[in-house]
Design a protein around this ligand. Sequence first.
Ligand code: COA
Length: 162
Amino acid sequence: MKKITAVYPGTFDPVTYGHLDIIQRASSLFDKVIVAVALNTSKKPLFTEGEREDMLKHVTAKYKNVVVDEFKGLLVDYAKKKNATVIIRGLRALSDFEYEFQMSLTNRKLQPDVNTIFLMPNEKYTYLNSSLVRELAAFKADVSGFVPEYVRKKLSVKLKSL
Ligand code: COA
């Protein structure tokens, strides 16, 4: 039977419980899930690529069909190179829709045989994003409800070093 590989792209600066929720769902749906750290977004990440990948590897280690990688350039080119036919995106709120709609249709135009599939995280994570976590951590708020302990420690060390 055909094996389906899905790519879950993002900046993951840092990975949160919301991302992990999506990864867990994708892992149960697809044969292989590649969590792909984007290297060339317009964002100025707090963590280096290596640090973001390290945190992702650590927190996804228990999912045997999940691998962590990085990519530069167009997402659809990366998906094609990896023989992935699915792009996973999380949909948290209506506010995500317009951007996701545009991205998904553009990607489909560029690569018609790669489909975007949207997964909804548990409702308790629908308000979460990485900027919020970074800001809370910078003000020394407790972020243990938003990120795994490994990530919480890395945030604390990183922010102290700035
Ligand atoms: N839980 C918690 N937070 C989530 C989340 C979830 N389930 N899903 C998304 N987020 C957060 C992210 O942490 C991020 O937060 P931040 O802006 O505070 O850092 C925010 O929501 C947006 O995330 P996302 O939509 O994943 O954007 P991104 O910048 O991380 O990734 C790419 C966008 C990399 C997928 C996209 O720019 C891309 O494909 N780039 C490659 C170039 C390309 O192909 N361009 C053409 C696209 S049509």
